[in-house]
Write a protein of this length. Sequence first.
Length: 341
Amino acid sequence: MRGFELYDAATVKEAVDLLGKYSGRAVKVVGGGSDIVGGVMKDWVQGKGMPLPEVLIDITTIKDMVGIKTDGGGTTIGAATTLTDVIDNKDLSTKLPVLTNAALSVASPLIRNFGTLGGNINQRPRCWFFRGEDFNCYKKGGDFCYAVTGDNRYHAIIGGELCYIVHPSDTATALLALNASAKIAGTGGERTVSFDEYFTGPRVDVLRENVLKNSTNGGATEFMTHVTIPNPAGGTKFGWTKLKDRQVYDFALVSVARPVPRQGRRGRPQGQGHQGDREVRGRTDPERRASDEPELLQGGPRAGSHRADDPRGAGLVAAIGAATFGSPPRDPSQALARSRF
Ligand SMILES: Cc1cc2nc3c(=O)[nH]c(=O)nc-3n(C[C@H](O)[C@H](O)[C@H](O)COP(=O)(O)OP(=O)(O)OC[C@H]3O[C@@H](n4cnc5c(N)ncnc54)[C@H](O)[C@@H]3O)c2cc1C
Ligand code: SF4
């Protein structure tokens, strides 16, 4: 691993000033560092569209970005709050257990103790070509997607174009179902973006997975400061399920988060922060989306998708059933067996 400079920011403004000061170099913000330091900053995970970071700005030292506040208007979580603090928060587990359960399903207790919510949402893809040596793929600024002809287990079964990653974050799946928004700060000022608009597909820019702006050399100019979640409509319950290959800590094969309003699936609940009968799938496509598309609710990968024959379609059916009706798949091991290659 190459050396890097590390700066602690005490305030959001200080972090923004540091981003501006080092904008001529490859600069990134760092949360717990479990992904960027341990995974992405290996000498071989680079390319002309993805220079190795030279400067890291630590945002866990910003007090305003750590902690969880709930009031009558909703919930605000600092992006530098650890996943363990999200899981342990009693207000969250009472009001928004779908987020608690999603966070609890992430990685191991050790990683959750220092991995942050912002880091989990903004972590880079797990595609083994992207993280592997000798694969100068589109996402690193190269001119090929090795998943098209190579081993593309765990890649997109829905959508995907140019690049076929699946977005890895479990908490993002729950936050989309909760109709959350991201507060963003950067050298161009502050803005708020709904999670529906936050994640972007490869056609928008194959070098990134979200709307956060970069400088021309790939350095960050913006970062997420907080996540805000409106109060769900009264009586709404949320289903969450995650199917995994290994029954220890693991990324999802597929996951589903969905609200189940009190009136039933066809009801149109009134209330703040609800967009109807939306369903959010995790680990099926590059661009995170809430969906009410009928063919997805029936569980089949969309015709013409990159891997329409992928047996994770069966796992998706089981996951949707479990998230909708609140019970685990009748035989999850069968769903998983069919999901293996
Ligand atoms: C063995 C293992 C198993 C795992 N299993 C799962 C799993 O099942 N589900 C899952 O969801 N994840 C899983 N992960 C990923 C893990 O959850 C992430 O590594 C972690 O959450 C990242 O948090 P961090 O604070 O350490 O991020 P960092 O490493 O600090 O940052 C990750 C990325 O996000 C960017 N970033 C960090 N904070 C912000 C911010 N506030 N605004 C903008 N950009 C930011 C950084 O620049 C970097 O690119 C696993 C990881 C490992 C190593
Ligand atoms: S799926 Fe994306 S990240 Fe993986 S090899 Fe193809 S272009 Fe690279």
